[in-house]
Ligand binder design. Structure first.
Ligand code: GDP
Length: 331
């Protein structure tokens, strides 16, 4: 499988990638062991792709845009992988993002690899599998890995935490940007893209001005990644029409200048380092919590203590200390 990913012809590679990602997504312990071995073998071949996060509410035009962008990049001689984190799949098994008819033209190209969101598990688990799938794509020589998510909830933070650049797609109506600013998503954005500018160019221009000034305000006392000094990146706002394919080239020019700047000022490497360590700790926290919940002493004490905390008979912090010491005294 490893050979197929690293050295196969395009068709062999795609089959090997699909197999590898299926293995990574499996919850069987023996599969997990094999998957970890595979990841370790692939790791030296990863890291060369540009990792691009794209988010936006359902209907904003993400798949239309990603298809236009993907085809443009293939035209530039690049290979593109598209992965997704669909938060709806983790709750209901339903899907906002995942149907097969999306990106029809792009999916037919050998230079593209499209994989829908892992379809079950916690958001942390789905994000972990997507992050690992990204490494497989990189080892297989994809130049750009796009990770798409829906502009609702925690999945945006997860995608921001695994990509080099995070872009938010917006509709050209004034109410929307305020929503995003309230949710704190704008603070994550390196680039805001106003799509469907063809429908109402004036509204798009108004939205662009409004979001630009909001971002400037955020930059003054917001995300340190976006601090307004020296050779640091200033988030930008662009207008496009994904449907008409307008603005895709300008979008990629902005991405390229971000990539150049972040490489020169060292931020790209720093961001990846921070992401890897944060990821490791996130997974440790998750693993410890799971082991804690499965500990026999904890399981024995938990129902009564939970009932006591819920009924206000014992302080939450006292119950937590009881449970932690029950686990550590019999570890
Ligand atoms: P997603 O849910 O964010 O992936 O959105 P889609 O890409 O499925 O687009 C939703 C609808 O908006 C589709 O009917 C698209 O054809 C339409 N759409 C996408 N981009 C544009 C655009 O730039 N202009 C116009 N007029 N329609 C668009």
């Amino acid at each position: 499988m490893q050979d197929g990913i690293l050295r196969g012809n395009p068709a062999v590679r795609r089959r090997a990638m699909a197999k590898a990602i299926t293995l990574l997504e499996s919850s069987r312990p023996d599969h997990r062991e094999q998957a970890d071995g595979l990841l370790t073998a692939l790791l030296p071949h990863t890291g060369k792709a540009f990792r691009l996060g794209i988010s936006g509410v359902p209907g904003v035009g993400k798949s239309t845009f990603i298809e236009a962008l993907g085809l443009y990049l293939i035209g530039q001689g690049l290979k593109v992988a598209v992965l997704a984190i669909d938060p709806s799949s983790t709750v209901s098994g339903g899907s906002i993002l995942g149907d097969k008819t999306r990106m029809e033209q792009l999916s037919m190209r050998l230079e593209a690899y499209i994989r829908p969101s892992p379809s079950s598990g916690t958001l942390g688990g789905v994000a972990e599998k997507t992050r690992e799938a990204m490494l497989v794509c990189e080892a297989a020589g994809y130049d750009v890995v796009i990770v798409e998510t829906v502009g609702v909830g925690q999945s945006e933070i997860a995608v921001h935490g695994m990509t080099d650049m995070f872009c938010v797609l917006q509709l050209p109506n004034a109410g929307d940007d305020l929503q995003a600013i309230k949710k704190g998503v704008m603070e994550l954005a390196d680039l805001v893209v106003i799509n469907k500018a063809d429908i109402d160019p004036n509204a798009a221009t108004r939205a662009q001005a409004q979001i630009t000034s909001s971002l400037r305000l955020l930059g003054m006392h917001g995300n340190p990644d976006h601090a307004s000094t020296g050779a640091l990146w200033q988030p930008r706002v662009l207008q496009i029409s994904a449907l008409l394919g307008q603005g895709v080239e300008g979008f990629w020019a902005a991405v390229s200048s971000f990539q150049d700047l972040q490489t020169r000022n060292g931020r790209l490497a720093q961001r990846r380092e921070k992401q890897s360590l944060a990821w490791m700790w996130e997974r440790i926290d998750f693993g410890l919590k799971q082991a804690f919940r499965q500990h026999p002493q904890v399981q024995a004490l938990l129902p009564a203590l939970q009932a006591d905390v819920a009924a206000g008979r014992i302080a939450a912090s006292t119950a937590a200390r009881h449970l932690l010491s029950a686990q550590s005294s019999s570890a």
